[in-house]
Ligand binder design. Structure first.
Ligand SMILES: [Fe+2]
Length: 380
């Protein structure tokens, strides 16, 4: 086996684990925290809850909440300015992938200077980042454990993928009780995002036994618990989705992603679509494209989707992809690109923007611009 690495943060997991946030910040030397979140999380009361917990630990805080879904470069620049003006010493983010990615961008600029596009690609960050603590409020992005940060470059209309080991936070506090306050649409979008992280990282060129085991477990948990989580909103099922999302995050953070996320990033840069909702559209087409070079692995995923029964790898792969399409369509989410894009002519632009995305590097089958356009055509 080739030499491999596996980097993850300290993870504090469990119902009510949020109460440890002040103590964790203190351990990291905090006196004045920059807290990053967004309006949605603010409205659900979680930001106030964190500030109460910080005050209970005698910590000062400043708040930055000007973050959109698909966070923008200028929002990161403003946040970094606030961090410096406030003389903050630790960054805490509570939210889905957007506030967490914005917080990572802020941490990069606060310690390394420049503008966020300077760091596009892999391993471009030189100086250590401020200590970071993340509290995910969705079970999907995996950003709270990952080496990835995705920021929208507004002028170029694309998403910057920034990948560096220094983007793994010090601590991720995962409290599944937060998921009880989330909408059905957000639970679906987050779970299918996590499922795509698991599938893409499982077949990645740099997958290792340490990432594969996490990816397979994540897929299994999502297939078993997503429907009960939606139908009954049971805390047990939501907690299992949290575990799945974390496992998928540990996998993709270390194994990378693939053509599906490269296309998802170009889609998100051009049209402000909810990231998770593009995977039911793209993932089956990406799996079909990859099957010729990793038939056994896609077959393993297929068997998990199909259940018991003897099949060849190829049969399991093809039938599994078909059943996955059906599974996604049962959630009432868009399953064709034509459902979310204005014109078919945009597909060529999408493929062109995706080919250079860092996620495309680890796709198991080389995906040039024509191949990516072919995947988009199949998903149209
Ligand atoms: Fe994702």
């Amino acid at each position: 086996m080739n030499v491999t690495k596996f980097a993850i943060p300290e993870i504090i997991f469990g119902r009510g684990s949020m109460v440890h946030v002040g103590q964790c910040a203190r351990r990291l030397g905090a006196k004045r925290v920059l807290l990053v979140s967004d309006q949605g999380v603010e409205q659900s009361g979680w930001v106030e809850r964190v500030t109460e917990l910080l005050e209970a630990d005698n910590l000062e805080w400043v708040y930055y909440g000007d973050v959109n879904s698909n966070p923008r470069d200028h929002q990161v620049h403003t946040g970094a300015q606030l961090y410096q003006e406030a003389k903050a010493d630790v960054i805490i983010a509570i939210g889905g992938g957007s506030p967490i990615d914005a917080a990572k961008g802020i941490a990069i600029l606060a310690s390394n200077g420049g503008v966020i596009s300077d760091y596009e690609g892999a391993n471009r960050i030189e100086r250590p980042l401020p200590p970071m603590i993340f509290l995910p409020t969705t079970a999907g992005s995996g950003s709270d454990v990952s080496q990835f940060c995705i920021i929208t470059d507004v002028a170029r209309q694309l998403k910057l993928s920034i990948i560096s080991r220094s983007l793994v936070p010090n601590i991720s506090i995962i409290d599944p009780l937060i998921l009880l306050t989330k909408s059905q649409e957000l639970i679906i979008a987050s779970a299918v995002d996590a499922f795509a992280h698991a599938v893409e990282s499982y077949v990645s060129r740099i997958a290792s036994p340490f990432t594969e085991i996490q990816a397979l477990r994540a897929m299994e948990l999502i297939l078993r618990h997503l429907k009960p989580a939606l139908e009954k909103k049971s805390i047990h099922a939501l907690e299992q989705l949290s575990i799945a999302s974390t496992a998928a995050g540990m996998s993709f953070s270390n194994a990378g992603l693939g053509a599906g996320h490269a296309l998802a990033h170009s889609l998100g840069g051009m049209f402000d679509v909810l990231h998770g909702l593009v995977h039911p559209i793209l993932l089956p087409a990406v799996m079909s494209f990859n099957t010729p070079v990793c038939t056994a692995k896609i077959g393993t995923i297929g068997r998990m989707i199909l259940g018991p029964g003897a099949r060849s790898d190829e049969e399991a792969a093809l039938d599994g992809i078909d059943k996955l399409k059906h599974y996604f369509s049962e959630f009432g989410v868009p399953v064709r690109l034509r459902d979310i894009l204005p014109e078919r002519s945009t597909l060529a632009t999408l493929a062109k923007a995706a080919v250079g995305d860092a996620c495309n590097l680890t796709n198991p089958r080389t995906a040039d611009e024509d191949s990516l356009l072919g995947i988009c055509e199949e998903a149209w």
